[in-house]
Design a protein around this ligand. Structure first.
Ligand code: SIN
Length: 475
C-alpha cells in the first residue's frame, strides 16, 4: 500500500511517515470487529457507557496535548483546537442523553398484549472521517455507535493520521476488537465500506466523495449509509444597522477554520443600496485586519493555514477563474507565506457572473451577490443544489419567518453565524449535502434499527372468533 505522510501545514515539516493500511490489515480489522460484536452488543447499555466515560476521563486529562496535536496536524489555532476538544468531551454526555431519549425501550399496553419498540445495533460499522475536525466529527459518530452496541472500524483522514492514532490510544480500554483504526485514503475507505462484514457506513467529506461511496454501495442497499457532504451555504444580510457586528458575524461564518468548515458561508447575499455598500466597506476593512499565522504565534491568530498547498493552489485557481469571468475583487485572497498554504481572506463580488458554478470552495473565499430585494435574496439563497446551512442577519422577525419557511437547508440560523453547529441539535443537509441521516444529536438514530414486538406471556383466544373458525370443544 502507498506511503502516507502527515505534514504540519504551518511549517511544511513532516510529522510522521508511514503506510496506508494494507488489504491484510483491513481484513484483520474487519475480522476482529466482527468477532467482538456479539459480546459488546450483549453488554448492558450502562456497562458500555462506563467504558465511554473512561475514555472521557482520559480525554480530559490529555485535553491540552490532544488540542496541540490537532493544531499541529491540521493547522488550526490552539484556541480553536481547544474548543474542538471541549466539544468532544461534551459529546459523551449529549450522546448518552440522545440514546436515552431516542432509543430507549418504548411500550404500549393493548388488551392482553404489549406492543414494544426496542433498538438493536447494526454490527461492525465503518466511520470515514474528515481532516477539518479530525477529533470531533468522527467522535460524534463513534460515541453514539458504541453506546448503541456496534463495533467499529474507523478510517480517519489521510491528512490527519496522527489525531486518529491518538484517539485510538484514548479508546484503548475498550474490549479488544471493539474499536479499530485504519489509515489511508479513499481506496481504504471503499474497501472497508463494501466489505460484507460492514453493516453501516458513516461518512463525512465532500459531495464527490459521498457520491462515489453511494455509487459503490448502490448494489448493497442492505447497508445503512449516512452521508454529510458539505454545502454552498448562503448568508443573507438584510435590515442591519450595526455594521461592525454584522461584519464580525460574516467573518465567523465564512473564515473560521480558514473557511474549511462544511458549515461556512460561501455566498453573501445582500441588496443593492447605500447602507449595504457601507456595510461591505466595513467588512472589507475588518477582513484586512484578520490575523493569520501558525498556532504557535503569540498573540494567537484568528486563522491558520489551509490543510495543504494543493488545497490553497486550487482555491487560488478558483479565484482566478472568477476574476477572469467578471468577478470584482473586494479583498484579494493571497498566499501570505511563501510555499506554505496560508491564505488571506478573499471577498469577491460575483453578481455579474451569469453562470456561477455551484460548488463548495473549502477555503477562505466569500462570494458577494447583490440582489434587488429580500424576495430575490431568498431565491438566490436557494440557487444551489446543496442544502446544509443558511444564515440570516436581520433585525426583522418576519423576515426570519419567511427565510425559515422558504430556504432549503438542514440548519437555518438567525443572527448567529452559519458555523458552530450545536451537538444538541441534528446536523445534516439535503440535496447534495446529505442523505437524510443527520449527525449531531440525531447520529444516534442511524446507529441502531428499531425492532417492533407484540408480546404476551401466555396463549389466549380472542373474545370473538372470526367467522369460519370453530373450536373442537364446541363440536
Ligand atoms: C463542519 O461540519 O465542518 C462544521 C460544523 C460546525 O461549524 O460546527
Amino acid at each position: 500500500m502507498s506511503d502516507l505522510v502527515s505534514i504540519n501545514p504551518a511549517t511544511g515539516d513532516i510529522l510522521w511517515k508511514g503506510k496506508a493500511s494494507t488489504p491484510d490489515e483491513i481484513c484483520a480489522a474487519l475480522h476482529v470487529a466482527s468477532q467482538a460484536f456479539e459480546a459488546w452488543s450483549n453488554l448492558r447499555v450502562d456497562t458500555r457507557v462506563q467504558f465511554i466515560k473512561q475514555f472521557q476521563t482520559k480525554l480530559l486529562e490529555k485535553r491540552e496535548s490532544f488540542a496541540e496535536l490537532i493544531s499541529k496536524e491540521v493547522g488550526k489555532p490552539l484556541w480553536e483546537s481547544l474548543q474542538e476538544v471541549e466539544a468532544m468531551v461534551e459529546k459523551v454526555k449529549i450522546s448518552i442523553e440522545a440514546y436515552d431519549e431516542r432509543c430507549s425501550l418504548k411500550k404500549h399496553l393493548k388488551g392482553m398484549t404489549t406492543i414494544s419498540t426496542a433498538y438493536k445495533p447494526h454490527g461492525p460499522c465503518a466511520i470515514l472521517g474528515p481532516f477539518n475536525f479530525p477529533g470531533h466529527i468522527p467522535l460524534g459518530q463513534i460515541i453514539p455507535a458504541l453506546i448503541a452496541g456496534n463495533t467499529l472500524v474507523f478510517k480517519g483522514s489521510e491528512q490527519a493520521p496522527l489525531v486518529g492514532f491518538k484517539l485510538t490510544e484514548l479508546l484503548e480500554d475498550l474490549p479488544s476488537g471493539v474499536f479499530n483504526y485504519l489509515t489511508g485514503a479513499k481506496d481504504v475507505g471503499h474497501a472497508l465500506a463494501i466489505s460484507p462484514y460492514i453493516k453501516g457506513v458513516f461518512f463525512t467529506g465532500s459531495y464527490q466523495g459521498g457520491k462515489e461511496l453511494a455509487k459503490a454501495l448502490g448494489p448493497l442497499p442492505n447497508k445503512i449509509l449516512a452521508l454529510e457532504m458539505g454545502g454552498n451555504n448562503p448568508l443573507v444580510i438584510s435590515s442591519i444597522e450595526d455594521h461592525e457586528t454584522a461584519a464580525y458575524l460574516t467573518i465567523a461564518s465564512s473564515f473560521l477554520t480558514s473557511g474549511q468548515r462544511c458549515s461556512c458561508a460561501r455566498r453573501l447575499i445582500l441588496s443593492e443600496g447605500k447602507q449595504e455598500d457601507e456595510f461591505l466597506k466595513v467588512l472589507s476593512h475588518m477582513i484586512d485586519m484578520i490575523q493569520i499565522g501558525p498556532y504557535t504565534q503569540d498573540p494567537e491568530p484568528y486563522m491558520g493555514p489551509l490543510i495543504s498547498n494543493k488545497s490553497a493552489d486550487w482555491a487560488l485557481d478558483v479565484q482566478k477563474q472568477l476574476l477572469s469571468s467578471g468577478g470584482i475583487s473586494l479583498n484579494l485572497m493571497k498566499r501570505t507565506r511563501n510555499k506554505l498554504p496560508f491564505l488571506s481572506c478573499g471577498l469577491i463580488d460575483v453578481t455579474d457572473i451569469s453562470d456561477r458554478k455551484d460548488e463548495e470552495v473549502f477555503a477562505p473565499l466569500l462570494k458577494v451577490i447583490r440582489v434587488k430585494n429580500f424576495k430575490e435574496a431568498i431565491k438566490e439563497a436557494n440557487n444551489t443544489e446543496y442544502g446544509l446551512c443558511a444564515s440570516l442577519l436581520s433585525a426583522n422577525a418576519k423576515e426570519f419567518e419567511l427565510f425559515f419557511n422558504q430556504v432549503n437547508a438542514g440548519v437555518i440560523n438567525w443572527n448567529v453565524p452559519s458555523t458552530g453547529a450545536s451537538s444538541l441539535a441534528p446536523f445534516g443537509g439535503i440535496g447534495k449535502s446529505g442523505n437524510y441521516h443527520p449527525s449531531g444529536y440525531y447520529a444516534t438514530d442511524y446507529c441502531s434499527y428499531p425492532v417492533a414486538s407484540i408480546t404476551t406471556a401466555s396463549l389466549f383466544l380472542p373474545k370473538t372468533l372470526p367467522p369460519g373458525i370453530t373450536l373442537l370443544v364446541n363440536t
